[in-house]
Write a protein that binds this ligand. Structure first.
Ligand SMILES: NC(=O)c1ccc[n+]([C@@H]2O[C@H](COP(=O)([O-])OP(=O)(O)OC[C@H]3O[C@@H](n4cnc5c(N)ncnc54)[C@H](OP(=O)(O)O)[C@@H]3O)[C@@H](O)[C@H]2O)c1
Length: 359
């Protein structure tokens, strides 16, 4: 494994992070009719990740790992499983990131970025993770009902009390990132990372901003790292969907996979992508991750792919990418090819509510 500093911070993270949003399913359903997580296998994946040198783990209070849309009955399970799995390891050797924002309970303060919700949820996350502190605490999305200054002042208190070491945001508009960065400087909050959707097919996001054209420049300007989520386009860049949807894949239970990715145009380009991987003698997943590492090198922005895995073999396959250096010709060929099928995901972006007007 190789380790890099996350942006301009001193925090060293493995070049690959393991994400714990979707976890392997068992064949048994719970009382809500939802397939349980195969907890034993999920833990084995975490153990194997640590064996392979991965020190950077990504979860969120809302993640439950089941094959189901988020609901308040299942939230927190991913943090609990991670907490159980890492109990026997040296805490100081690991970098644990979690998030806050989405609905955790069915009452008016059960979601958001108010001081009340943040203070409650950090206590809950630490309890589920069985930890005294988290390395990175993210705002999972903006909360348009709460002044962002209130939220940041809560984070400042968490940093001062030692419960949180570093801070990050996920899918905040670049202008809001600049504003938050200045506010964090005033409050001495170490704001070090942006968590953004980014992969070979999804280099542009939304009509409001584009990842490469706007997020990368702001990250570079402010010395922030980028934690790239869905780096394999939720498994689409592994080649597994080239001849249909395998029954055990995410595409078998998440409609979005077909809707968003499996169009005739994308499949055609994915076949060309597969041919390039075969020419290089590597797997499609390795090529997708090596392309991100090359983007990181060329752009001068630390980009850490957060990969998901439902089998140990996935991790073993993906981790090889850390040692693959794409040559300039292949990088350009791939970057040009991806333009033929770029997916522009225009979900719109929520802007933060500001209490104070700074320049
Ligand atoms: N901040 C946010 O809002 C946000 C949003 C989404 C995700 N995230 C973070 O990003 C992490 C990664 O997201 P993701 O799971 O969608 O990422 P991904 O790495 O693009 O997709 C992972 C999925 O691809 C399949 N896969 C992975 N490696 C494979 C291999 N070598 N061969 C074959 N199949 C393979 C597995 O799915 P199947 O086996 O089930 O097909 C796996 O669950 C999450 O866990 C979470 O931590 C953050």
């Amino acid at each position: 494994m190789k380790y890099v500093s996350l942006g301009a911070s001193g925090l060293k993270v493995s070049k690959l992070s393991l994400g714990l949003w979707h976890l392997p399913a068992s064949s048994v359903k719970d009382e809500y009719g939802v397939y349980n997580v195969d907890v034993g296998l999920a833990k084995k994946i975490i153990y194997r990740a640590i064996d392979l040198g991965i020190n950077f783990f990504d979860t969120a209070n809302i993640y439950h790992g089941t094959q189901h849309i988020p609901d308040i009955h299942h939230v927190g399970l991913s943090e609990r499983i991670l907490g159980e799995a890492i109990k026997g390891y040296d805490r100081e050797s690991l970098v644990i990131a979690t998030k806050v924002r989405f609905r955790m309970a069915d009452h008016p303060n059960g979601e958001g970025l108010s001081r009340k919700h943040i203070m409650w949820q950090i206590r809950e996350s630490l309890r589920r993770l069985q930890l005294d502190y988290v390395d990175i605490y993210y705002f999972h999305r903006p909360d348009p009902d709460t002044p962002v200054e209130e939220s940041l002042e809560a984070v400042s208190d968490l940093v001062r009390s030692g419960k949180v070491h570093y801070f990050g945001t996920s899918r905040f508009h670049p202008d809001d990132v600049r504003y938050i960065y200045r506010y964090c400087r005033d409050l001495h909050i170490p704001y070090i990372v942006l968590q953004e959707p980014y992969n070979w097919l999804e280099r542009h996001y939304g009509e409001v901003y584009e990842t490469e054209n706007q997020v990368f420049p702001v990250a570079k300007e402010l010395g922030l790292g980028i934690a790239a989520y869905i780096p394999l386009a939720q498994g689409v860049l592994t080649g597994k969907y080239l001849s249909g949807i395998p029954p055990s894949s995410r595409g078998a239970y998440v409609d979005e996979i077909s809707r968003r990715y499996l169009t005739p145009k994308t499949i055609e380009v994915l076949k060309e992508f597969h041919n390039i991987a075969s020419e290089l003698g590597i797997s499609d997943s390795q090529l997708a991750l090596a392309w991100i590492f090359k983007v990181s090198e060329v752009s001068g922005v630390t980009v850490i792919p957060i990969v998901g895995a439902t089998r140990i073999e996935h991790l073993e396959d993906n981790v090889v990418a850390v040692d693959i250096n794409l040559d300039d010709y292949t990088f350009k060929r791939l970057s040009d090819l991806s333009r033929k099928a770029l997916i522009n995901w225009s979900g719109g972006y929520v802007r933060v509510k500001r209490m104070l007007q700074h320049n």
